[in-house]
Design a protein around this ligand. Structure first.
Ligand code: BGC
Length: 533
């Protein structure tokens, strides 16, 4: 669990087993591949679209504009809706798939969702690597998007259901860590494949996505289904045996009883989609929409997708721009590790507030440096290496801030504040909002850059101000609050409490047990009063 300090008890002090078993470990491996694939796809497109051989094959007009038309401003060099559709088609497919994936995950189980994701990935990577026309290229990207949609919907749910409660939060951020490692691996592979003679390096880059895809496809066949999913689909005995197997102990009665009770409660609920629209869920719905929206409005993916193009534009050579991307990718991984270490000590609000201020300052500096050198025309006279390195440094400062704040927390917070009865739909909303805005930013960035010029950096800086104020005023601290007992957060909050009537959520924890009856609930109340700002 996110808080890490406590586990659910029966009120008499008896606790769930919380050992890291072989099964949990294998789960981590499969889940990691889900994160790796997502990250790999984020990281690969920027490098590939900056390779001459790739541009020449699929986007000759962009290539000509970049090479021949010396007068074109740096802001507009790469402005091509076709080029951006290569990047963004993946996210539109992931968005559409996340709805189907949420049904498959519920009706057929988490495993089958992951398996379908793995197969779609393998097909997509294969088509991309052998593409010789734009249609094949976009089709391959679309299939990769289908894979991302399945993986991103099912893997975090699979993880949180199979992990012992104590490890849940950590495994959740591990997923994000794997995303950043996937991005870095993609950056490194691009660096090497760009050197391959004969103009087929980009094919190798695109083909490599098959490796984590095969792990997730085969892994999902071997791994057990989660007890929750088995209970949900009526296989109660198998669920009990599976829980025993994954926990590695005989006495799983308490956890199993809670799972069955939680499932019974969920079944009594008519339609979770109309449920989440009820007034009392307004705070959770608002967070499920706003947190992923804000995460994308930090502008992170303009760097993730188009960094090599930006570096080339500010004066780095092709190879140097790929090296810069590797440096930034490394900063991303290291800062995510820092987040893992500090999230339960500093708390979510602390990281988001600090990250917000640091992102704001660095975005303003990058925008100003670009404005000073390129002005409104976008034509630089003479850019020194030192100047370009300075831009790179502040992009690094910005990435570090994102990677210990909005990166992991943009996924962790929606998943931990949703109460059980609306968790699956809430997660589906969070994923879709994230994918939608990832798509929008990927699609419009190069055109927006052409029109707004350096002002685009100030535009995202403006959004960072909005989200930081939002966190300060509206986001309650969830550090150390057991996931089953988040209900109190809203009731105690100066703003959100108006949506919750007195008898709601305060009387019952999310598992339907009365408040004040168990040790964990009393402890949750204490943590809440300590966290209050
Ligand atoms: C975001 C991605 C982003 C990545 C960068 C993730 O949390 O959802 O859109 O590319 O972080 O590390």
């Amino acid at each position: 669990m996110a808080g890490g300090a406590m586990v659910s008890t029966d009120g008499g002090g008896k606790e769930y087993p919380a050992r890291m078993t072989l099964y949990v470990f294998l789960t981590c491996v499969v889940a990691s591949s889900g994160g790796l694939i997502f990250g790999y796809d984020v990281g690969i497109s920027g490098g590939v679209t900056s390779m001459d051989s790739f541009l020449l094959t699929f986007f000759p007009s962009v290539y000509r504009k970049e090479k021949q038309d010396r007068s074109t401003s740096i802001y507009c060099k790469f402005d091509s809706q076709l080029l951006t559709s290569f990047t963004s088609s993946l996210y539109v497919a992931a968005l559409l798939t996340s709805f189907i994936a949420s049904l498959v995950t519920d009706f057929f189980g988490r495993k089958w969702s992951m398996f379908r994701g793995g197969i779609a990935f393998i097909l997509g990577a294969g088509i991309n690597a052998t593409a010789d026309n734009l249609f094949m290229l976009i089709l391959g990207r679309f299939l990769l998007g289908v894979g991302v949609g399945y993986a991103i919907q099912s893997v975090p749910i699979y993880l949180s259901e199979i992990a012992p409660p104590r490890l849940r939060g950590m495994l959740n951020i591990m997923f994000q860590l794997m995303v950043t490692i996937g991005i870095l691996i993609a950056n490194i592979i691009n660096y090497f494949t760009n050197k391959i003679e004969g103009a087929w390096g980009w094919r190798v880059s695109l083909a490599f996505a098959c490796v984590p895809a095969a792990i997730i496809a085969v892994g999902s066949l071997v791994l057990p289904e989660t007890p929750n999913s088995l209970i949900e689909r009526g296989h109660t005995e198998e669920a009990e045996a599976t829980l025993r197997l994954i926990r590695g102990v005989d006495d799983i009665s308490l956890e199993f009883r809670d799972l069955v009770a939680a499932n019974k409660r969920c079944k009594e609920i008519r339609d979770p989609w109309s449920l989440i629209l009820e007034r009392k869920y307004r705070p959770q719905l608002a967070m499920a929409i706003l947190i992923p929206f804000f995460q994308q409005l930090t502008g992170i993916n303009i760097i993730m997708f188009y960094a090599p193009l930006i570096y080339k534009a500010v004066g780095f050579s092709g190879q140097a721009s790929l090296v810069s991307t590797v440096i930034i990718g490394t900063v991303n991984v290291v800062a995510t590790l820092i987040s893992i270490i500090t999230v339960d000590r500093v708390g979510r609000r602390g990281l988001l507030l600090h990250g917000g201020v640091q992102m704001l300052i660095s975005q303003l500096i990058v925008g100003t440096l670009i404005a000073l050198k390129f002005g409104a025309t976008g034509e630089a006279t003479d850019i020194s290496k030192a100047y370009a390195s300075c831009v790179l440094f502040f992009i690094g400062v910005y990435i570090a801030a994102f990677a210990w704040s909005w990166g992991p927390l943009g996924w962790l917070i929606p998943s931990e504040i949703l109460s059980l009865e609306i968790r699956s739909v809430g997660q589906c909303i969070a994923v879709s909002v994230n994918m939608f805005f990832t798509f929008v930013i990927a699609q419009i960035f190069l055109t927006a850059l052409c029109h707004m010029k350096h002002g685009l950096f100030f535009f995202f800086a403006g959004w960072v101000v909005v989200m930081t104020v939002f966190v300060a005023l509206f986001l309650p601290e969830t550090k150390n609050i057991p996931i089953e007992e988040m209900g109190l957060l809203w009731k105690e909050h100066w703003f959100w409490s108006r949506f919750i009537k007195d008898e709601e959520n305060t009387e019952m924890g999310n598992l339907g047990r009365p408040w004040n009856h168990s040790r964990v609930q009393v402890a949750a109340k204490e943590v809440l009063s300590r966290n209050r700002v």
